[in-house]
Design a protein around this ligand. Structure first.
Ligand SMILES: [Zn+2]
Length: 402
């Protein structure tokens, strides 16, 4: 049982976490605004702030960007230069590792190519990339708070076990254990599905950050879905929620890699479009080439993209009727076609949406490009830290500014 002294310590820690969260969300906030919003006294705030400054988390004084006259005296900001978060994404042919600060800014980056259907090669390159980031000069004086690793398939997150990653050909791979055997020093390691992490890039650092309800479509070769409902990532019972690429959209449609017919992936994924173009012209095209054709007003490419956009909208309209999100984001390689695909998709969504006059659902391209899943993996770790850390570590002193 906790004694009174224990309760006091716990309260102190909870207050400290709450202050940290608030200063992160509202840089340059005043001490009195902190007191008001958390519902604690000003002297409790001052005490918490003094401790957080001592530990290297906070600093007083306006950040350079908003140092204007009339701001409250000694506003609070996060000492972002003292810590970092690492995120990684494993794809079929590429591993991408980033280190970011508390606002999603990339401070170090390492990337490699290989055949990552071979688990041993994936592990070896992942280790090399993470080590390269860890020894980067930009991280030398920062404390690394944690590491997130995204994979293209559902994950048992308790054990860090990749259940199935069809494009990698992985089944029941104990990724977390394997990584920790190579890098036992890594703190707070989280393994999860790439789309779950990609949605977190938007939730933590996007233009509509901290939106309570977000639907994210991660469209590459396949289609993954990431869903935030009431500020929480929705995984389903065993982590399979969001595997929406194999939802049937066209009952008698083309044969899908899963054996079924007319799945979403056969209508609006990178391979679906390339396949459709090949069927009509005999010519194989990449997303890049398709973009070029669209810019040249190629009539076949234009027709195919508006058809794909229509199916995308039909699909999203149905999902929006189930989840009622405020924002739907299209990410992955496919989002490079946004300029051409979002308009027909948006039109179709609003045709299918029940009660369209009562809600506005926005459809937008992902703002983080090919780094979305890696940035989001790091962002997820940061969010876990902000929400759950009762005990904050003493940080290294990274910057020149105290
Ligand atoms: Zn399928």
């Amino acid at each position: 049982m906790r004694g009174i002294a224990g309760e006091k310590t716990l309260l102190k820690r909870l207050n400290r976490s709450a202050i940290l969260r608030l200063v992160w969300a509202e840089p340059d906030i005043s001490r009195s605004a902190v007191a008001e919003q958390i519902g604690i006294t000003k002297s409790t705030v001052s005490q918490g702030v003094a401790e957080l400054e001592e530990m290297g988390w906070l600093k007083s004084g306006a950040s350079e960007s908003v140092s204007t006259p009339g701001r409250p005296s000694l506003p609070l900001t996060l000492a972002v230069e003292n810590f970092a978060l690492i995120g990684a994404e494993i794809r079929v042919g590429q591993i991408n590792v980033v280190a970011i600060d508390a606002y999603g800014k990339i401070i170090s980056h390492a990337q490699s190519s290989g055949d990552y259907r071979q688990v041993s090669q994936a592990l070896e390159h992942l280790e090399q990339n993470i080590r390269a980031v860890l020894i980067d000069q930009n991280l030398k004086n920062r404390t690394v708070l944690g590491v997130g690793i995204g994979v293209p398939g559902p994950v048992d997150i308790v054990q860090g076990l990749v259940l199935r990653a069809p494009n990698l050909g992985w089944k029941r791979i104990a990724l977390q254990t394997m990584i920790l055997e190579r890098l036992p020093e890594l703190p707070n390691l989280h393994v999860d599905n790439d789309a779950n992490f990609a949605v977190f890039a938007e939730y933590m650092f996007g233009q509509h950050k901290q939106s309570a309800d977000l639907l994210y479509l991660y469209i590459e070769t396949g289609i993954g879905g990431g869903l935030i409902l009431e500020h929480r990532l929705y995984r389903g019972r065993r982590g399979f929620a969001g595997e929406i690429g194999h939802m049937t959209v066209l009952p008698n449609g083309a044969r899908c890699s899963c054996g079924n017919q007319g799945c979403a992936e056969t209508l609006f994924s990178a391979w679906a479009l390339s396949d459709a173009y090949k069927k009509e012209t005999g010519r194989e095209v990449s997303i890049e080439e398709l973009l070029g054709l669209l810019e040249q007003q190629d009539p076949i490419a234009k027709r195919l993209i508006s058809k794909a956009g229509m199916y995308l909208g039909l699909f999203l309209g149905s999902l929006a009727n189930v989840f009622d999100p405020r924002l739907i984001i299209i990410g992955g390689q496919f989002s490079r076609l946004s300029k051409y695909i979002l308009e027909p998709a948006d039109k179709e969504i609003h045709k299918r949406l029940f009660g369209d006059e009562f809600r506005s659902i926005r459809l937008e391209p992902c703002a983080f490009g090919s780094n979305a899943a890696a940035i989001g993996a790091a962002g997820y770790v940061w969010n876990e830290f902000l929400q759950n850390a009762e005990e904050l570590p003493q940080l290294k002193r990274g910057g020149t500014k105290a």
